[in-house]
Ligand binder design. Structure first.
Ligand code: PGA
Length: 234
């Protein structure tokens, strides 16, 4: 199946107002109807982007609550008001550093969809889990936690496979290895909604850069990338 590409930039806790302007003008030169570009800057920078631009904006996380006394949190509605149409959910850094459980990730994803944001669900194994040949088991658990009880959300999701050992290490998964896991993910998702599984965009993330992206994008089940470090260089 021919799916269009999505290239998403995750700025994490980096960037500046100056980078917003620089990136906006560099990206203005890109015209490709098969390619959707998405920037996920820190939330405080979302409002600095002009409304007229040729890329989408997303948040890096959201609250699973609608509104209320949740100091420091950001709701789906606030992200949307700031210009976001996507949101990253369950990034491994949040799962690890902010102790986000599979259940919380599932609740956040449901909240994003209910609000009309497109969630990018991140899944991926640690180095140790890969060595123990538990990659598929771990990813299946992360997917099941979200879709087993709410399979209707699959059609509204994007999924990013981000092996934790490849994030920020300069050691990307090989295209073959990434393809193998992407094929597993797509296959695993057919039990929830076969049509949605065929269509869902599967992004690869983990040390993607200008040198290795073409080979990754040539793989059948890789529909784009979630890029961290390299996305800060216009
Ligand atoms: P990286 O980060 O490209 O710097 O490895 C990817 C990510 O964490 O989404």
């Amino acid at each position: 199946m021919q799916r269009t590409w999505l290239i998403a930039a995750n700025w994490k806790m980096n960037g500046s107002a100056a980078l917003v302007d620089e990136m906006t003008s560099v990206l203005a030169n890109i015209t490709n109807s098969q390619l959707q570009l998405l920037l996920c800057p820190p939330a405080t920078l979302l409002c600095r982007f002009k409304t007229a631009r040729n890329f989408a904006l997303g948040g890096q996380t959201l609250s699973h609550e609608v509104s209320g006394a949740y100091t420091g949190e950001l709701s789906a509605a606030l992200l949307q008001e700031a210009g976001a149409s996507y949101v990253i959910v369950g990034h491994s850094e949040r799962r690890t550093l902010n102790a986000e459980s599979d259940e919380l990730v599932a609740a956040k994803l449901a909240r994003a969809v209910a609000a009309g944001l497109t969630p990018i669900l991140c899944v991926g194994e640690t180095q140790m889990q890969r060595q123990q040949e538990k990659t598929q088991q771990v990813i299946a658990r992360q997917l099941d936690a979200v879709y087993a009880s709410q399979p209707e959300l699959l059609a509204k999701s994007v999924i990013a496979y981000e092996p934790i050992w490849a994030i920020g290490t300069g050691e990307s998964a090989t295209p073959e290895l990434a393809q193998q896991t992407h094929a597993f993910i797509r296959q695993h998702l057919t039990q929830y909604d076969a049509a949605a599984a065929a269509k869902v965009k599967l992004l690869y993330g983990g040390s993607v850069n200008a040198d290795n992206c073409s080979a990754l994008f040539m793989q059948t089940d890789i529909d784009g990338a979630l890029v961290g470090g390299a996305s800060l260089k216009p």
